[in-house]
Design a protein around this ligand. Structure first.
Ligand code: CAA
Length: 259
């Protein structure tokens, strides 16, 4: 797919997405968000994609936030619409995706950039990454789900400290806070994400989707236990369940078909 602000490529069932506005530190303008919405919808509906890695172009920034210059003269109604559209079409769409999204944080992940990383199912940071929600320095608060997802990931006290001070934290602190899963040298960022997705790719796709759905139900208070019971039951109706059990009994590797 050809986009203006994204580089998108599928290789061996992994969709590699690069936010490509390096001169603006990959800030998310309206066009980039629309392209992200499009590519997330594509990733969700095609069996060709089994997992997604999102990173930023260059070595300096993952994404330095929403594009400040674009919303400089917005009023309250426009601000609310910006947040609602972004959350529904991109951030919630990623979180509710049926396959794992990994943010490979290669530098600054600020404001909407950290929110994008937090909407992903997993985060890996380069050791030079800096993470923060600096919106209060602009007289704003995070609008792409940051107050909610940061609280889920690091707890109330640290979330309020990070948001109200606007301080950036290091990758090492992000790891200690549980905000990222792993910290690696920048050169190893994509290979670490691939290592995880290459394991996920060997598992039963419908079970992977059911697991993500159940975990996301837990963090969003959407009847997590009931969601799990329902999803667990449905797994028994899949051909992959029969294949997984047969492979175990026959002491061979399972060949899953996502059915
Ligand atoms: N929006 C638009 N442009 C941005 C940007 C952003 N979020 N972040 C950086 N840029 C642009 C700069 O304006 C600059 O462009 P010019 O060369 O045309 O002036 C270019 O990227 C390089 O940036 P700097 O010169 O500032 O680079 P630096 O190394 O001195 O500083 C930085 C790096 C600390 C990340 C700094 O750029 C910065 O503080 N950026 C803004 C971070 C921020 O406040 N993000 C939150 C945005 S609001 C938001 O996200 C709302 C929401 O939740 C929905």
């Amino acid at each position: 797919m050809a986009y203006q602000n994204l580089i998108s490529e599928v290789k061996e069932h992994i969709l590699y997405l690069t936010i490509n506005r390096e001169k603006a530190l990959n800030a998310l303008n309206k066009d980039t968000l629309a392209e992200l919405a499009d590519v997330v919808a594509f990733a969700n509906k095609t069996d060709e994609v089994r997992g997604v890695i999102i990173t930023g172009a260059g070595e300096k920034a993952f994404v330095a936030g929403a594009d400040i210059k674009e919303f400089a003269d917005y009023n309250g109604k426009q601000g609310k619409e910006l947040a609602k559209r972004g959350q529904e079409q991109v951030f919630d769409a990623i979180e509710n995706a049926t396959k794992p999204f990994i943010a490979a944080i290669n530098g600054f992940a600020l404001g909407g950039g950290l929110e994008l990383a937090m909407a992903c199912h997993m985060r890996i940071a380069a050791d030079n990454a800096r993470l923060g929600l600096p919106e209060v320095t602009l007289g704003l608060i995070p609008g792409y789900g940051g107050t909610q997802r940061l609280t889920q990931l690091v707890g109330k006290g640290k979330a309020i400290e990070m948001i109200t001070t606007a301080n950036m934290i290091t990758a090492a602190d992000a790891l200690a806070f549980g905000l990222v899963n792993h910290v690696v040298p920048q050169a190893d960022l994509i290979s670490k994400a691939e290592e995880i997705l290459n394991l996920v790719k060997q598992r039963a796709p419908l079970a992977v989707s059911a697991a993500i759905k159940s975990v996301i139900a837990a963090v969003n208070n959407h009847n997590g236990y009931a969601t799990e019971i329902e999803a667990f039951g449905k797994c028994f109706e899949t051909a992959d369940f029969k294949e997984g059990v047969a492979a175990f009994v026959e002491k061979r590797k399972a060949i899953f078909k996502g059915k």
